[in-house]
Design a protein around this ligand. Structure first.
Ligand code: NAD
Ligand code: GLY
Length: 375
């Protein structure tokens, strides 16, 4: 690990009047100055969960008490299973009971689940109150806290009820990543790796060269990984906030990945694990389309595996595995008139959306499942 202090940095997300800074560094989240940009309304609410709350909520609350007269902490149950209306109602009950007004600032302290729910609650409460993202997982720091997608799940579909609603500030404190379970760190790396093939192959080479240091949680390495990821995400979202086109490239690996998550049952594989394997499958598909050589597929597979992520497509149905994947992928948000569309890459740092023939997709699924039998 390097001993030199991490210089705090800011990445800006440019969306006109909805623009905001992403602050990245150490010793950030519990410093009142970090939030100077937010103004000092009377009330603030810190939304967290039963895992992150005991670790960090009191420190955030103490810092915010220097800016807001009343800082309430609302603690929700931990887990994707609780990204629901019930959790939102619990939050609304608490803020209404505390007579929070429309200037109340909501602070999301936690991973993507807390961030997505708090953002959606902020979009709805009194038709919209300001909110701040304080992401504490790698996945949330490099992806979910940035860009304004907020949602809860519905029993019939993940993230189906939501809104585009931008935070006013994102605070990525790398110190919080030191308490993250190793499996969650690897899941976050999947979303970091994603930015290479879709936008910046130099970044992919940097990740390969620095993977061990990232897995050791070296603050300098983490700072660069978070910064470069946020820069790329800001560049994409700045051009296509509501995903009318370009923003779809952020879903590289996600079409296969969502099928894995849904087919195994949510929670069996982490989102980042499914995305890691999904990127390997999407690389195979890109090769089938003649867009990348097999050496690219091998390179990406080796990196995903070395990051601690699965690279073998799990069995979703022993009778007709590929058929089950296809059925699940037909309900993907990118599907159009029954045709499944995938983000494919060219090996040079560019990505695009393409429909693929079912027979080709079947071949990819079979090949990616076979690796398991050989291993
Ligand atoms: P998560 O929020 O469930 O967090 C993972 C686990 O780590 C949880 O148990 C959490 O309590 C714990 N945790 C969080 N920070 C910790 C810390 N510092 N130390 C110890 N434990 C900690 O999962 P996630 O991977 O952060 O986010 C996944 C969610 O993000 C999904 O619901 C997904 O749909 C959503 N997502 C949203 C977007 C978007 O653009 N809005 C993008 C990607 C993913
Ligand atoms: N994580 C995909 C997006 O923000 O668009």
């Amino acid at each position: 690990m390097s001993d030199s202090p991490v210089a705090n940095q800011t990445v800006s997300i440019s969306l006109g009047e909805r623009s905001y800074p992403i602050r990245i560094g150490t010793r950030l989240f519990d410093q009142a100055d970090t939030y100077a940009h937010i103004g000092s309304s009377a009330q603030a609410v810190v939304v967290t969960n039963t895992t992150v709350g005991p670790l960090y909520a009191a420190r955030l609350q103490a810092a915010l008490q220097l800016r807001h007269r009343q800082v309430q902490v609302v603690t929700l149950p931990d887990g994707e299973a609780f990204k629901t209306w019930e959790s939102l109602n619990h939050l609304f009950d608490a803020v209404l009971a505390a007579e929070c007004d429309r200037k109340t600032v909501f602070y999301a302290l936690g991973g993507g689940v807390v961030g997505d729910m708090t953002g959606f609650a902020a979009a709805c409460y009194m038709r919209g109150v300001p909110f701040v993202q304080v992401p504490t997982t790698l996945l949330a720091q490099v992806d979910s806290s940035v860009g304004g997608k907020t949602a809860i799940n519905h029993p019939l579909g993940k993230n189906m009820i939501g809104a585009f609603y931008q935070p006013q500030l994102v605070v990525c404190d790398l110190d919080t990543l030191q308490t993250l379970p190793p499996r969650e760190l690897s899941a976050g790396l999947a979303e970091v790796i994603k930015y290479g093939p879709i936008a910046d192959m130099t970044f992919l080479s940097w990740i390969e060269a620095n993977l061990d240091t990232l897995l050791e949680r070296d603050p300098q390495a983490l700072a660069y990984a978070v910064r470069r990821s946020c820069e790329i995400k800001a560049w994409v979202v700045g051009q296509d906030e509501r995903e009318t086109g370009l923003r779809a490239i952020l879903n590289f690996g996600h079409t296969f990945g969502h099928a894995i998550e849904a087919g195994l049952g949510y929670g069996e594989w982490l989102h980042g694990e499914a995305v890691g394997c999904g990127m390997v499958m999407a690389a195979h598909l890109s090769a089938e389309m003649g867009l990348v050589p097999s050496t690219f597929v091998e390179r990406l597979t080796a990196l995903v595996r070395a990051s601690g992520l699965p690279v073998t497509a799990p069995m979703l149905d022993p009778q007709d595995n590929a058929g089950r994947y296809l059925a699940l992928m037909r309900v993907d948000k990118k599907a159009e008139a029954g045709a499944i569309r995938f983000i494919v890459v060219d090996g040079l740092g560019n990505a695009c959306l393409r429909a693929a023939d079912d027979l080709v997709v079947r071949r990819v699924i079979e090949r990616c499942s076979l690796v398991q039998q050989k291993a």
